[in-house]
Design a protein around this ligand. Structure first.
Ligand code: FNR
Length: 412
């Protein structure tokens, strides 16, 4: 067993928020490159994680948590080991502990999601449902604090009354957690509702553990300097950024936002060395529509081919898992006669060549709420018209999950 005595400090930190389908390894590494101090993984459900086996992937230099059906549920690597927080969705203390023990040597901290308002979370008693069950919160958090050697945190939303919110956070603090992230909106509020900086401030004034302010994207955080303004407005120790980082992870860069094209290229590079493709039916790179320059286009295909190749060497890296002809030639996409095509499971990789009609984005993939408007695209100075939902799409391409999912929506 690896003993890691490093303890994560949550004071004065810039944090990439947990984001389902976005916060996968390539995105986390990119955020670290751009200056994030701590990165949260997307919420992973305890019931799923508990079935996983830890596998050291020597080809990609990653540690993979692999489900019985060979799907990689969580992937991490040494570079982020001291800065990645594993966020889980749970409603059961013993299950939470089992999952935390499974991953604790590979991550820097464990977080429990207590803010997700979506039905798939709340109907299982997870996410925001926990907010109305303080006894369960206490049991889960104190079990984790006593049972593992990593710092434990939780991420909550605020309650309808300030009094109830303060009494809940005081109870949470007594469990011994290391910090608390507060999304300054109520359970039924959506991103278009204003974030309550005053409630976060009242929590920060009340507690002695670090409070991580969250909820400021769009209205408060549009550029790097806004992050500190938001921190001051909330009197919090640290700031956690979700949507502004999803739109452009270089939000963490002191020097200012980088053009989206550059960010995407870096992202694809991380996908290429750390991830693998999940280009199934309907998962095509509609973001390419905005790229007119032929060079970018061919670069993309080359990168895509590399991602595709990695897909063949995910957990069972033998030479026979790659088609030598495609591999050697670095072909931009698998050609006809590629010996690997028939043996690839359909759910895993469907070469783009086979689904040419899917190039156009489906309308439902486009951002839905006002908070998803492509404002940063206007602001960040790139001449390219790349839909901002692209990074989310890219994350699904290189992300851990391989099962088909519904198109992303901005419901948080
Ligand atoms: C989220 N959020 C979220 N929260 C969480 O605790 N676990 C999760 O897995 C997710 N997933 C997720 C996906 C996507 C696409 C979005 C946009 C949001 C909520 C997120 O962490 C954050 O609390 C809110 O987005 C508010 O912060 P910002 O966006 O104002 O910085």
């Amino acid at each position: 067993m690896i003993l890691n005595s490093l303890s994560l400090c949550y004071h004065n930190k810039l944090i990439l928020a947990p984001m389902v389908r976005v916060g996968t390894l390539p995105m986390r590494l990119l955020a670290l490159d751009y200056g994030a101090d701590i990165v949260y993984c997307e919420e992973l459900i305890d019931l799923k994680m508990i079935q996983c086996k830890r596998v050291v992937n020597e080809v990609l230099s990653t540690v993979d948590f692999v489900a019985p059906d060979d799907r990689v549920v969580f992937r991490t690597c040494e570079r982020e080991q001291n800065r990645v927080v594993f966020q889980m969705g749970t409603s059961d203390a013993e299950r939470a502990l089992a999952v935390a023990r499974l991953v604790e040597n590979d991550v820097a901290g464990i977080d429990v999601n207590m803010g997700c308002p979506k039905e798939y979370s709340t109907k299982g008693g997870m996410g925001a449902a926990l907010l109305s069950d303080p006894d369960k919160i206490e049991k889960i958090l104190s079990t984790l604090v006593k049972g593992i050697r990593r710092p434990v945190t939780c991420k909550i939303r605020i309650l309808p009354s300030l009094e109830d919110t303060l009494s809940l956070v005081k109870r949470i603090e007594r469990t011994g957690i290391a910090a608390i992230a507060v999304h300054g909106r109520k359970r039924e509020e959506r991103p278009q509702h204003p974030v309550s900086c005053e409630v976060i401030k009242a929590i920060a004034d009340t507690l002695s553990i670090p409070v991580i302010a969250n909820g400021g994207s769009h209205d408060h955080i549009q550029r790097y300097s806004d992050i500190e303004d938001f921190r001051q407005a909330t009197a919090a120790s640290s700031v956690m950024v979700a949507r502004a980082a999803m739109w452009n992870p270089s939000i963490f860069l002191k020097e200012g936002l980088r053009p989206l094209e550059e960010v995407m290229q870096k992202y694809i590079r991380y996908g290429e060395v750390r991830g693998y493709s999940r280009c199934g039916k309907g998962r095509c790179p509609f973001w390419l529509e905005g790229i007119e320059e032929p060079q970018s286009l061919s670069q993309h295909w080359t990168c895509h081919a590399r991602i595709w190749r990695c897909s063949m060497t995910t957990t069972t890296p033998t030479p026979s898992t790659a088609c030598a002809r495609c591999y050697e030639n670095s072909w931009s996409r698998p050609r006809e006669g590629c010996s690997m095509l028939p043996s690839l499971p359909g759910k895993f990789v469907r070469p783009l060549a086979l689904v040419p009609s899917m190039r156009r984005p489906h309308r439902s993939w486009m951002p839905s709420g006002p908070s998803c408007q492509p404002e940063l695209q206007r602001r960040q100075g790139s001449q390219l018209k790349i839909p901002l939902v692209s990074l989310r799409w890219l994350s699904s391409l290189t992300g851990e999950h391989t099962q088909p999912r519904s198109p992303p929506r901005c419901a948080y």
